[in-house]
Design a protein around this ligand. Sequence first.
Ligand code: PLP
Length: 300
Amino acid sequence: MTHNQFSDGCAFVNGDYVPIAAAAIPILDMGFLRSDVTYDVVGVWNGKFFRLEDHLNRFEKSWNRLRMSPDINREGIRNVLIECVRRTELQHAYVNMIMTRGISEKGNRDPRLFKNRFYGFAIPYVWLARIDQQAQGIHLVIARQTIRTPTRAFDPAVKNFQWGDLTQGIYEAYERNGYTVVLPDADGNITEGPGFNVFAVKDQALRTPASGVLQGITRQTVLDLADEQGIPANASRLSADELRAADEIFLSSTAGGVIPVTTVDGQPVGNGNPGVITEKLRKRYWEAHDEERWTTSIDY
Ligand code: PLP
């Protein structure tokens, strides 16, 4: 059998498909120098993209918000992503699409004059918390030292690489024996964490922060599944105290799905085990990865 040079991942850079370890970006790309970039991540499970069109919608909206005008269109992007996965032959993959401001021609600094650049890659599926960790539930910390970037500074609804706040939060979580962190806004309301949205379950109903967050596709899937299951759910303001008082808590992310939280700031959530509603949604989340309405099969 011949070795597949893409088995660790395949990237699309400057019009070429390259093995992931060989993929490099030009150092002058403003995506790197200024975090002037937006991106999106879609999962592949059992050889099928999950909600690919929803991710492409969000990505397109984001690059328009940043006033980028790439010379590749949505269909071109879709084809590149499919080809990246096809070359890796991965059945379970983490697929990233990135749009950067690009490189200045002749040293001009006017962002309108840059040629925007598209990159894509597929690598093995990434878990924010592995399945065995999910079975136990994870330890969450509410940050005291760092707030989430305010919407009027940079709208977190545009998925971005400005992770300085989130990374500081991760360090705080580790210092306080947490696995990960959720950041409050300037008024002490819960926003989101490094790579996930947050849900609280109180009196059999779901709550998730309405604003100051990325409108996660997994978050939307949870809301859709809750609706189907007749579980009341709403997006509204969620204070840190309300989160602490929740009966159940879980995180939602493309990187791992529905992730139970069993302690907050060292205190047990509910009875200290993953909650009943959380587990029901977690099961439905993975079942939905085989449902035609949300999947796009890859022809390997
Ligand atoms: N919030 C942030 C800051 C994220 O980076 C992510 C995903 O990476 C999410 C929320 C969850 O979004 P999704 O469910 O679309 O993966």
